[in-house]
Design a protein around this ligand. Structure first.
Ligand code: ADE
Ligand code: ZN
Length: 347
């Protein structure tokens, strides 16, 4: 039964959305690299940048589609060279997450973006893992890593990347698929995902961000993923919506990203409300917060301001974020108790 909170008025939503405990399940750590940190790391590492200043770089963040963003995003990531760089980037994100009442986060990273430049896999994973462990100890934020394959590269490249990461297998919980969606369908990665499954990795894939509903079907049927990243284009296919609802397949929706990358013209046109009405396990996430105008709470705040969503929807979205996570049942139950307590306080 969906919970309702008729006594929580709309004007209290901003405070509620900020205060409620939540999980983040779709954040590319390279997409949390703020322009200021890009310049700091460029200086530290002697890397030349194509922009003269933080302001000039930020001014270039006007995207027309996914690819126009990815070009700038990969250029930004070129300043990351050492284990400390990866730690510092992730630590900055995790501190923000803690301040936004994020209790648990499952962080995507793109090793190929770095290993292709000669950065050792160990520097990437050890740096991120050090920040994740530190977040547990110092911030009370639980953080896990999900290794993503770049779909614009070949499956052989993905297989090699997986082999390279295997000595560090204990440091990440899952595998994902990201980068340029159109023309790179999930089935291109059937073998590497089968191997990841044998290894006991949890599986996710971007599908239905710019790509058609067919990509969502194949992510489920061929790659056997447990969650769909984005998935907003599922509504064009009623049979797919039924399947997603029946099997409780979570969608990690990223509203500000979708507007910045022109998947929707404006937040008021976003289909998050329809996804929830269709009974889908939608969650709210920031995707690449340094590039898309805000971290997780900003996504919630702007989306609720733009759409006819109420406190019941806020509860459902936060609860979905915990239930859709790869955490164990005991942690999920503890977090949902904290969520319930926060909603009680708003009575
Ligand atoms: N890599 C970083 N952000 C992405 C997105 N929104 N879609 C696909 N790949 C990405
Ligand atoms: Zn993404």
């Amino acid at each position: 039964m969906k919970k309702t909170f008729p006594h929580i008025p709309r004007e209290r939503l901003p405070a509620l959305l900020a205060a409620m405990p939540k999980a983040e399940l779709h954040i590319h750590i390279e997409g949390s690299l703020e322009p200021e940190l890009i310049f700091e790391l460029a200086k530290r590492n002697g890397v030349a940048l194509a922009y003269p200043s933080v302001e000039a770089l930020r001014a270039a963040y006007a995207f027309t589609d996914l690819q126009s963003f990815l070009d700038i995003y990969y250029a930004g990531a070129s300043v990351l060279l050492t284990e400390d760089d990866f730690h510092d980037m992730a630590w900055a994100y995790l501190r923000r997450a803690a301040a936004e009442n994020v209790l648990h986060t499952e962080i995507f990273f793109d090793p190929q973006t770095h290993t292709a430049r000669g950065v050792p896999m160990e520097a990437v994973i050890h740096g991120l893992k050090r920040a994740a462990d530190r977040a547990g100890a110092e911030l009370g934020v639980s953080a896990q890593l999900i290794l993503c394959f770049l779909r614009h590269l070949s499956e052989d490249d993905a297989l090699q990347t997986l082999e390279q990461a295997l000595p560090l297998r204990e440091h990440f919980i899952g595998a994902g698929l990201d980068s340029s969606e159109r023309g790179h369908p999930p089935e291109k990665f059937a073998r590497v995902f089968a191997r990841c499954r044998e290894l006991g990795l949890r599986l996710v894939a971007h599908a239905g961000e710019e790509g058609p509903p067919e990509y969502i079907w194949n992510a489920l049927d061929v790659l056997k993923v447990e969650r769909i990243d984005h998935g907003v284009r599922c509504l064009g296919d009623p049979a797919l919506v039924q399947r997603l609802a029946r099997e409780h397949i979570p969608l990690t929706v990223c509203p500000l990203s979708n507007v910045k990358l022109c998947v929707f013209d404006q937040l008021g046109a976003h289909n998050l409300g329809e996804l929830l009405s269709a009974g889908l396990a939608a969650t709210v996430n920031s995707d690449d917060p340094a590039y898309f105008g805000g971290y997780l709470n900003q996504n919630y705040l702007e989306t609720f301001a733009a759409l006819p969503l109420d406190a019941g929807h806020a509860y459902t979205l936060a609860r979905n974020s915990f239930e859709a996570s790869f955490a164990d049942q005991a942690d999920k139950a503890r977090w949902i108790e904290r969520l319930d307590a926060t909603f009680e306080q708003f009575r």
